[in-house]
Design a protein around this ligand. Structure first.
Ligand SMILES: Cc1ncc(COP(=O)(O)O)c(CN[C@@H](CCC(=O)O)C(=O)O)c1O
Length: 401
């Protein structure tokens, strides 16, 4: 008998398992609103034109080879990624106080950062928002950090529980790590206002809490790369230290290329270079060095002014389409007279709407209408189109009535 005979079957992932169930459903009207992956009006995945252009340049450039990248990845990519999130005029970058390492998309960036902190940072406690992306607690736990939550979402207002957030961060032990969604909070779609961010920064700095930003949707929330990076830049501007994980999965549509970066902003250049040397010891036994293709696409686009501008136009178009889906869904529910206040659909921001539907209502919508979404009531607005909004509105109406 097998040496693995004692292994029990693991459950499907709460988010990625929705796609597994969707794929099994033979219904011709099934709708996948689970995974946060952009779809066009025709319901198809999108490869950005500027990405196709960059790939052509790369493929046609005979001087390019397939050698190993350094452990910390493609140098151009790292420098350009830091500028993208911290700003081209960032003093931290000018003073060489930032170390950036290319990682396997957002997940890999979070994991490398967590492993680094577990080894080198004096506080192993990390506070994550309640609720947050389902993979966050798993990544931090497996890296050896101990996870606590801070209040974030208020089910009554379907908005931010700002008082609860401040109270929980105020009672965190000094030096604790705090995970912050840079913009477009997943799953709630609720972001602090700039004023609230100022208070959060003030409180965190006064208590010596260490910010760990997760930036998976820069440009996707407002359509502006710079606007969406304001909270991160506010923290860096005060001269303090922080970590930032970046993903190009959504904003450049590079999901399967696994392109991301971890940056650590330090007090001095010397500290940054020592931190980088220790990040290499985390990465080498994990995956040794990152993949070359996706990072080359990103670097090609970010370093060329025209391609960068073309990217911002395509990115805004994606953000705008999602915003129009919000308005169409809200209007469709109002037209149906669906009981309840659905204004949160147009107030929330980014890829997801946290509908407030409970697990029974979600199960009903899947069973009766073949609508696939996560059991917490989150829907990926990017999965909607003008053609499918009425179907979803009918399903929500039936579930809420
Ligand atoms: C807040 C947040 N951080 C990091 C990531 C990781 O993205 P990478 O693909 O590793 O760059 C996601 C993706 N969450 C999406 C996509 C599916 C998933 O991985 O769960 C989601 O929540 O549907 C995310 O929502």
């Amino acid at each position: 008998d097998s040496v693995f005979g004692n292994i029990v079957r693991a459950p499907e992932d709460p988010i990625l398992g929705v796609t597994v169930a969707y794929n099994k459903d033979p219904s011709p009207t099934k709708l996948n609103l689970g995974v946060g992956a952009y779809r066009t009006e025709e319901g198809k995945p999108l490869v950005l034109n500027v990405v196709r252009r960059a790939e052509q340049l790369i493929v046609n450039d005979r001087s390019r080879v397939k050698e190993y990248l350094p452990i910390i990845g493609l140098t151009d990519f790292n420098k350009l990624s830091a500028k993208l999130i911290f700003g081209t005029d960032s003093p931290a970058i000018q003073e060489n106080r930032v170390t950036t390492v290319q990682c396997l998309s957002g997940t890999g960036s979070l994991r490398v950062g967590a492993e680094f902190l577990a080894r080198h940072y004096h506080q192993r406690l990390i506070y994550i928002p309640q609720p947050t992306w389902g993979n966050h607690p798993k990544i931090f736990t497996v890296a050896g950090l101990s996870v606590k939550t801070y209040r974030y979402y208020d089910p009554k207002t379907r908005g931010l529980n700002f008082q609860g957030l401040l109270e929980d961060l105020s009672s965190a032990p000094s030096g604790a790590i705090v995970l912050l969604h840079a913009c477009a909070h997943n799953p709630t779609g609720v972001d602090p206002t700039i004023e609230q961010w100022k208070q959060i920064r003030q409180l965190m700095r006064s208590k010596g809490l260490l910010p760990f930003f997760d930036s998976a949707y820069q440009g996707f929330a407002s359509g502006s790369l710079d606007a969406d990076a304001q909270p991160v830049r506010m923290f860096v501007a005060d001269g303090g230290e922080c970590l930032a994980a970046q993903s190009y999965a959504k904003n450049m549509g590079l999901y399967g290329e696994r392109v991301g970066a971890l940056s650590i902003v330090c007090k001095t250049e010397d500290v940054a270079s020592r931190v980088e040397s220790q990040l290499k010891l985390v990465i080498r036994p994990m995956y040794s060095s990152p993949p070359i293709h996706g990072a080359s696409i990103v670097a090609t686009i970010l370093k060329d002014k025209d391609m960068y501008n073309e990217w911002t136009v395509e990115l805004k178009a994606m953000a705008d389409r999602i915003i129009s889906m919000r308005q169409q869904l809200f209007d469709a529910l109002r037209a149906r007279g669906t009981p309840g206040d659905w204004s949160h659909i147009i107030k929330q921001i980014g890829m997801f709407t946290f509908t407030g539907l409970n697990t029974e209502q979600v199960a009903f919508m899947t069973k009766e209408y073949h609508i696939y979404m996560t059991s917490d009531g989150r829907i990926s607005m990017a999965g909607l189109s003008s053609r499918t909004v009425p179907l979803l509105a009918d399903a929500i109406h039936a579930a809420a009535t």
